[in-house]
Structure formats: C-alpha cells, structure tokens
Design a protein around this ligand. Structure first.
Ligand SMILES: Nc1ncnc2c1ncn2[C@@H]1O[C@H](COP(=O)(O)OP(=O)(O)OP(=O)(O)O)[C@@H](O)[C@H]1O
Length: 692
C-alpha cells in the first residue's frame, strides 16, 4: 500500500471514490450478467452462487406487508447436486432473483421468468421477500411460480445509493463546512494529543485485561479519533461494550455501526443485559430474533410511544369496515376522503413516534448503510463507534461520519478487507465506465482504518494483545509473523486440546496434537484447474468464467476426508469441525464429489473469505496449490492466510505442498518452515486414502 498524500483534499477524495464506486457497481452487474448468461443454474449452485432445484412451498405476508415466498428443496430431485443444503453462499439480506428453472439440458441462468427480492431466512429452505412482479393470486401450483425454481444472488444497487449520496455531499462541501473530525480524518489537522490525566477510568467490568483497559482509556480520552486494533479472538466486542457503557455514564449519546447486520446484532445482544435505552434500526426481517425487542420497527408498534399511532390505526380500521356497509356513492366518497386524511395523520404520528423513540435512546445501533435512513436525519451523536471497520468500505463509513464529532474504529487491518469485484481482472466493467477509473487512484480496498494508520501513524491506535481463542501453538506463527509477537494466549485457552472438550473424546495422535501438517510435496498430490463450461465452450470471449480458473486438488481432498474421519472417529462432534480452503473449486469438489457434508452431517465447509469472524474447535485448512512453477495465486495474500490459520481453538490441521507453497512469498516460506519445525509433520501416502 503506497502512502497517501498528506493532507488529502476531501473533495478530490470524494470524486475518486465516486468513480471507484461506479466502476465497482458496473463490475458487479457485469459479473452477475455474464455468469447468468453462460452457466446453468445447477453449475452456479455447485459454485455456491445460487440455490437450484427449489419449489414454492407457500407464501405469506411478511413485515411491511411484503410477500414472502417460502422455498424448499424439490423432493423429486433428491439431495446434493446443488440443492439447498443450508450452506450455500446465499445468505440473509442478500438481494436475489427467484427464477423459473427451465428443464432440459443446456439452459443458462439467464433464461426463464423471475422476480427480485431479499432473502429473509435461510435454513432447511430459503425465504425471499419479493417486490413487484408476483401477481397477487399467483401461488403454489399456479403460473411459473408453480414450477421448479432457483435463487441467485444479484448485484445490490441500493447499497451504492447512500454511499454515492454521501460522497456527493462531501465533494460539494465548502472548506468552511468541514467539522474538526473531517479535518483530522483527511490530515488537514492533526489529532489533539491525549493527556494521561484525562484518562482516569473506573472500570465497570473488572475482568478486562490490561490491553483492553488501555484501549478503553485511550478511546475515552481521544478527542477526534481512536482506533482499536483487535487481532483474532482478543475481545474487540467485549472491549466495545465497556466503552459504550463508559460513554453513556458520561452522558454522551452514541451511534454504534458495523458493515453487516450480524456485526451490529452481536453488540445489541451483549448490550441488552445492561438495561440501557437502546434502539436497533433496520428491517426486522434482517435482524437476529434475539434483538427484535430493541428494533425500532417493532417498538413503533408495541411501546408506549406507539399508543398515538394505534389510535389512528383503530379509526382507520373502523372506517374501512364502514365502507363495506354503505352503498351510497356520496357517502363512500366522503369516507375515502376521511381515510386519506387519516392515512396522512397516521404517517405523521408514526414519524413522531420514531422521533420520540430515537431521541430517547442513549445508544442507537444500525448498519453503516442504515445510519443513512430518514430516522437519523436530524439526530446528533457525540460519538460514532464502528465495529469491524476494516471490513467496511470507506465511503460506507462516511454515511454516519459526515456530521459526527468523534469516531472510534475497531477492526483488524491484518485480516481481509472487503471484497472488491473491480479489482478482479477476470471481470471487466462496461467499457464506458472503465474510462471513469482514475489513474493511480487509491483502491476501494484501502479502508478508512488503513488510511488513518498511514496518515497519522500508530499513535492513534491501541492494540488488544490477549487472545481467548487459540491454543498457544496455533497462535505462535500468526503472532510472530503478523502481530510483532505481541499476542498472548489467555491461560484458559493456552493449552486446551480436543481431549478436554466437555464430552468424551478419545486421546489419539490427532486429538492430543494442536498443530498437524500433512506435507503433500513430491508430485503425488497435483492441483487441477476446475473444468469450466465458460472456458470449454469458448463461445463468447467476454463472458465470465464461473470459478475464475479456480483450482482444486482431488488428492488433497481425499486427505481432508481422511483427517476429518479420524477426528470424528475419535469422538469429536462434526459440528465442531470445519474445513476451510481458499479455492471455491476445491469446496465444490469436497461438497459434491466427496459429499463430505452428507457423510458427516454438521461438518462445515467454507471458503477462507467466508469464514472470517468465525471460529471452530478444529479446523482443517487445505491449501490446494501444488505445481512445478511454484505458482500460489491468491495464497500470496497473507491477510487471507492469517484468517485461515486463526479460526481454530484447539486443533489446526494444514494440508499443503511445502515445496510449491514455500516458493510463493517470504511469508509462505516462513510458515512452511515453521510448520516443518513445530507441527506434527506427516508425509501422506495416497494409497492409504482410498475409501474403505
Ligand atoms: N477480558 C476477558 N476475560 C475473559 N474472556 C474474555 C475477555 N475478553 C474477551 N473474552 C472472551 O474472548 C472471546 C472473544 O471475544 P470477542 O467476541 O469480544 O472478540 P472479538 O475480538 O470481537 O472476536 P473476533 O476475533 O471474532 O473479532 C469471547 O468468548 C469473550 O468472552
């Protein structure tokens, strides 16, 4: 990352962001369009981008009067092969298309009728709240919705609107309008130095460790900006809860945001027991059930403040009933007019109710996107806290920041940044948009967290150093290679093994060993490039390849199966084991060729990127790359490897070719040497891995 000029003009920053965002949306739309045009629903499903072979089981009216389609796997087709298994890449909150799945061979995802909607639930099936396009009477057994269906992720243009609006506002802002926070965040001013005396704090939670206390003190004392750097498992959220309580004690009003609903709900859940007046903004369908009692939408119907709304609702219902009774045209018209007035009154009272609820809350929580809603338009906050800030686009962070006085960002810039499609050279934005991309501009991958560290240096940051997740031996390499050897394993986790799980696990070579390395060097475990219909048909040179020359390694996949079986045979529950690999083609191979999930129900298979923020008792990491040229592709991104190796609590098993991988980068070389020296090193024999 090259250092950004200091200081940076907010207006030219905004101009650059607007072009980058336009290129990103265009890349996202182009990628979706190309995939749909060139692949069958089944292939897209196999790659985790869609769910195929569904049927409509029912429909109901959801929150906000929207139609919710309840879809389930088609029993006639049987399991596997791309049917819904609860673990595809489609998740709650995603914008998706529900489409007719044409029968027969050769059909692509671009064919068939469809509607757009938002996923509101996933589980055995998938539920989608749809917008326009589903006829009222259309339902099970009728129209195209009565046939076989599939669900595919689409580009979400809505998420760009608020970012664009925010950047346009910043672009046009006169210098005299900049807040002191804005000036500091662009390096026009330096942050006010923090004096030690200001930072006397009586901690409410006595269990906070020293680095957590330091971070809280610093974030309380800083005037404009504080970064809390939380490496994996170091209690970032734990620390933020104390910080929020301390701010509230100081009579400050707080807005807490995160890039995803789950990041926000995580905080709501942990804040709830403290009985503060808190409000969670956001569509109830997208919130965790456990936080619904704090949802603004729900409170607008159930709280005391909601009484004024209820009265009008009753009157409206009564009028509605009286319309049915009267046949006189003039009377009807009069009632309709009354209804119109009542509806207006209803909306006004609802707005008033929202204002009462929001302004009465000490802590408001919303996604970064949600913070741009009408509910917060005239609200002032003393501090904005952004959790998982290194997973958020900077333009997204500015949605709550334009009017803020102070910001606390929590995150880890040494894990993966948000995924940026326009950086993927396999996806070409439309030619007319491509020219908008400014030369040498910062990338969307540079987060606010990164940029501020480069701009103001480590003095605006405090790092949490005790981790509560990994066995000491699992932690050692990431600590040394990524975090300046600063991590410490909390005593409760430092020596934890699978054999001390709270159920019976046999002591074996695997369960008593926190770090295992199967070195597949020697050429018996070669990688392969996923066969891809976009490549093999070669009909259209612009169309996108489904797995983007994703790699798989069938022999290493057998080794994964072998190791997972050994763990499970020793008594480890499948739900306590995850297999993580950077390559989607390998995931598809494990899921569909070896059918690992069917064999070991509860076992989780995931991509490294998708597993960020998660943890498991035992994790098998399969590196896949094995070739003579020492090509490692995106294994070369050390933040990705850092995420992969910091997910397990008690057992990490790495499967990889040390010869190939070690050539990839100095970081990978160092990791391979570390594993050879410190792990239980095994040289597998392909002959032992066949199915028995
Ligand atoms: N001071 C502490 N004493 C005891 N346990 C702690 C302490 N701080 C954090 N923990 C525990 O460590 C675990 C991780 O905490 P938390 O979820 O807050 O971490 P995080 O840094 O937000 O996680 P992630 O790495 O997923 O971002 C939790 O189980 C939490 O209870």
């Amino acid at each position: 990352m090259s250092p950004l000029p200091t200081p940076l003009s907010p207006s030219s920053f905004a101009t650059t962001q607007l072009s980058l965002l336009a290129a990103e949306l265009s890349a996202e739309t182009a990628a979706t369009g190309a995939l749909l045009a060139s692949h069958s629903p089944k292939r897209l499903a196999a790659a985790g981008l869609a769910v195929a072979n569904l049927v409509l089981k029912g429909r109901r009216t959801g929150v906000g009067g929207r139609t919710v389609l309840e879809l389930e796997g088609d029993g006639a087709v049987g399991g596997g092969g791309g049917t819904w298994d609860g673990q595809s890449g489609v998740g709650v909150g995603d914008v998706v298309g529900v489409r007719e799945q044409k029968q027969g061979r050769g059909g692509t995802g671009g064919e068939g009728r469809g509607v757009e909607g938002v996923v509101v639930r996933v589980g055995k099936g998938v539920e989608v709240a749809v917008g326009e396009g589903v006829a009222e009477g259309e339902g099970v057994g009728e129209g195209w919705l009565g046939g076989r269906l599939w669900v595919v992720k689409l580009a979400n243009e809505v998420t760009y609107k608020r970012m664009n609006w925010t950047m346009e506002k910043l672009e046009k802002m006169a210098e005299s309008e900049y807040t002191s926070l804005t000036r500091v965040l662009f390096g026009l001013d330096t942050p006010t130095p923090v004096s030690r005396d200001e930072a006397q704090v009586e901690f409410l939670d006595q269990t906070l460790n020293d680095s957590q206390r330091d971070a809280v003190r610093f974030a309380l004392a800083s005037r404009e900006v504080a970064l809390i750097h939380g490496p994996p498992g170091t209690g970032k959220t734990y620390t933020l809860i104390e910080l929020i309580l301390q701010f509230v004690q100081r009579k400050l009003r707080i807005l807490v945001c995160g890039p995803s609903n789950i990041s926000v709900d995580n905080i709501v859940e942990r804040l709830a027991p403290h009985k503060l007046p808190i409000i969670r903004l956001g569509h109830p369908a997208r919130l965790l059930p456990s936080v619904l009692s704090h949802s603004l939408d729900v409170l607008t119907q159930t709280s005391e403040a909601a009484a004024i709304v209820k009265d009008v609702r009753k009157e409206m219902d009564a009028k509605q009933a009286s319309i049915k009774k009267t046949r006189n045209g003039r009377e009807r018209k009069a009632i309709y007019n009354d209804m119109k007035d009542l509806r207006k009154e209803y909306r006004e009272r609802e707005k008033q109710c929202v204002t009462t609820l929001v302004s009465g809350s000490k802590v408001v929580l919303a996604t970064l996107h949600g913070a741009g809603g009408f509910q917060l338009r005239n609200e002032q906050f003393d501090v904005v806290i952004i959790d998982e800030a290194s997973q958020a686009l900077e333009a997204q962070c500015w949605i709550p920041l334009l009017a803020a006085k102070k910001v606390v960002l929590a995150g880890d810039h040494l894990q993966l940044p948000p995924t940026i499609k326009s950086l993927d050279h396999n996806i070409k934005p439309k030619p007319d948009k491509a020219k908008d991309k400014p030369k040498g501009a910062a990338s969307l991958e540079t987060t606010l967290f990164d940029r501020l560290l480069t701009l103001h240096g480590a003095s605006i940051k405090r790092m949490l150093t005790t981790q509560y997740r990994m066995h000491e031996k699992i932690m050692r390499f990431p600590s040394d290679a990524m975090y300046d050897s600063q991590l410490l394993a909390a005593p409760a986790v430092a020596t934890r093994l699978l054999t001390t799980l709270p159920y019976d696990v046999q002591a074996t070579d695997d369960t008593t060993e926190p770090l295992v390395f199967y070195d597949t060097q020697g050429g018996d475990f070669p990688e392969t490039t996923a066969p891809d219909d976009a490549i093999t048909t070669g009909k259209n040179p612009t169309k996108s390849s489904l797995l983007n020359d994703s790699k798989s390694n069938p022999a290493e996949a057998l080794l994964v199966r072998h190791h997972v079986r050994r763990l499970i045979d020793a008594g480890v529950k499948p739900e306590h084991v995850a297999v993580v690999t950077p390559y989607n083609a390998q995931l598809a191979y494990l899921a569909h060729e070896l059918r690992l999930r069917d064999r070991f129900p509860g076992l989780e298979l995931g991509s490294v990127d998708g597993f960020q923020g998660r943890e498991k008792e035992a994790v098998v990491v399969c590196l896949v790359r094995s070739n003579e040229d020492g090509e490692v592709g995106f294994l070369g991104e050390r933040r990705r490897l850092n995420v992969a190796m910091t997910r397990p609590k008690r057992h990490l098993c790495v499967i990889g070719d040390s010869e190939t991988v070690g050539k990839g980068s100095p970081f990978l070389k160092r990791w391979m040497l570390h594993l050879e020296a410190e792990a239980d090193l095994r040289y597998p024999d392909l002959a032992d891995l066949q199915e028995v």
